[in-house]
Design a protein around this ligand. Structure first.
Ligand code: NAD
Length: 422
């Protein structure tokens, strides 16, 4: 894999473009559009100065990359991490363009970030930093312009501070400019479980295609955070056999592979004992071992780059549902494809989150407050349609699922660009 995530993103776009090109009569226009899509439309880079609790001023580098808005306003989270870089933010913004196009929601792609370790800041310092970031990006965002959201290490509280700062500047309410807000200030019901909920719809469709019956399908989930917990719990409720789960300290696997785990009981055990290890009827496995278990479906739901050229050859699952962002490297993709292991890409599997963010924006624009039932009734068919669209392309072109999803997504964006005459 290339070390630079942005070069990886560009290479993925090149691959999708080469499959698409034969469909376009005017090659010159098509190639010009692809060339435009190779780089973000806008890149905001700023240095934020914050008064720290000790009275000194500290500077933080911050970014907002707006990749493409041909299909609608830019959309994407804001990440607080010491590893944030301009190349990472640019790559993530391009992936957001494809994610929104994959599900068909009317957004483009963006991503923001600050180079900071928020665990080293006090609450007051995080608030001042978040407000400073909101002030810096205010000229570039708006309900019909760019709609940020939480990402790694950013929360509903941080969105609340940013919204407050933004509204102070523009002098009116405009809650739809940020999504992932707390319910009290315009957040949407169902957002918490949305990503897991969308993911299990994908799992169900995949099981149908592979002719796997839920009760006979074993599933291993890496990471029991927001995404992994809801995915594991909802999959178990649908009758799938969730036989292994893990968190940052390691995992457990059921002693009886025919008997799935009770996810809420595992969480209760973790709360009581401080770890999932030792849960009745299970043995401990490392996070590396969990990825190599002989299960039907493997679900990486924690970190990026966990399935690589090094371990892909040892994956025994029939299929992978990528709930984390970027858990499978491009080299691993090729190895898995040769081994006939299908990997449903993150741009589809975890798109339930951004889709409910879109519903939050719609509710804010109209002043509605939908029930959870209404939210899920809208989410579920959208995920199923997106899955089938990807599957059809996978069969038509005989390419792996990520490339199939990318071909569909890039086509939607290219068509919007051509219609706009860009
Ligand atoms: P989270 O912080 O709630 O949970 C992360 C989980 O991963 C925790 O249980 C943690 O213990 C576990 N973990 C950490 N290091 C680990 C390791 N080395 N091995 C195994 N487990 C480890 O985060 P989240 O919101 O659930 O996000 C998880 C992934 O899903 C991320 O890649 C994120 O970008 C992606 N994602 C999240 C959403 C969302 O709606 N939250 C939407 C789309 C994508």
């Amino acid at each position: 894999m290339l070390n630079n995530p942005f070069l990886n993103a560009q290479e993925q776009l090149r691959q999708a473009a080469s499959l698409l090109e034969p469909q376009y009569g005017d090659k010159k226009v098509f190639r010009a559009v692809i060339q435009t899509l190779m780089t973000p439309q806008n890149l905001v880079q700023v240095e934020l100065s914050i008064k720290m609790d000790n009275g000194k001023t500290q500077k933080f580098k911050a970014f907002r990359s707006q990749h493409n808005d041909a299909r609608g306003p830019f959309k994407g989270g804001i990440r607080y991490h010491y590893n944030v870089s301009v190349e990472e933010v640019k790559a993530l913004s391009m992936w957001m363009t494809w994610k929104c196009a994959t599900t068909g929601i009317p957004y483009g792609g963006a991503k923001g970030g600050i180079i900071v370790d928020p665990s080293k800041l006090s609450k007051g310092e995080v608030e001042r930093l978040s407000r400073a970031y909101a002030r810096a990006i205010t000229p570039y965002i708006g309900v019909w312009k760019d709609v940020p959201a939480p990402d790694v290490n950013t929360t509903g509280q941080i969105m609340a501070w940013m919204l407050d700062e933004y509204e102070k500047i523009i002098g009116r309410h405009e809650p739809g400019v940020f999504t992932g807000k707390p319910l009290e200030i315009g957040g949407s019901l169902g957002r918490e479980e949305a990503t897991g909920k969308g993911g299990v719809r994908v799992l169900e469709q995949l099981a149908k295609k592979l002719q796997l019956k839920p009760a006979q399908t074993t599933v291993a989930v890496q990471g029991l955070g927001n995404v992994g917990y809801w995915f594991a719990k909802l999959a178990a409720e649908l009758g799938f056999n969730v036989v292994a789960v893990s968190d940052s300290r390691g995992g457990i696997v059921s002693n009886d592979m025919k008997k799935g785990l009770n996810i809420d009981a595992v969480m209760a055990h973790k709360k009581k004992m401080g770890s999932i290890a030792g849960f009745t009827g299970t043995r401990s496995v490392s996070n590396a071992e969990l990825l190599e278990l002989p299960v039907d479906v493997l679900v990486p739901a924690a970190l990026e780059n966990v399935i690589t050229a090094e371990n892909a050859g040892r994956v025994h699952a029939k299929a992978i549902v990528e709930m984390a962002n970027g858990p499978v490297t491009p080299e691993a993709d090729e190895i898995l494809w040769k081994k006939h292991i299908l990997s449903v890409p993150d741009v589809l599997s975890n798109a339930g989150g951004v889709t409910v963010s879109y519903f939050e924006w719609v509710q804010n624009l109209y002043g509605y407050a939908w029930t959870k039932k209404e939210v899920f009734a809208k989410l579920e068919p959208l995920m199923v349609d997106a899955f089938n669209h990807m599957w059809d392309m996978h069969e038509k072109k005989n390419v792996h699922l990520r490339l199939a999803a990318y071909v569909n997504a890039v086509k939607r964006v290219v068509d919007a660009m051509i219609l706009r005459g860009r």
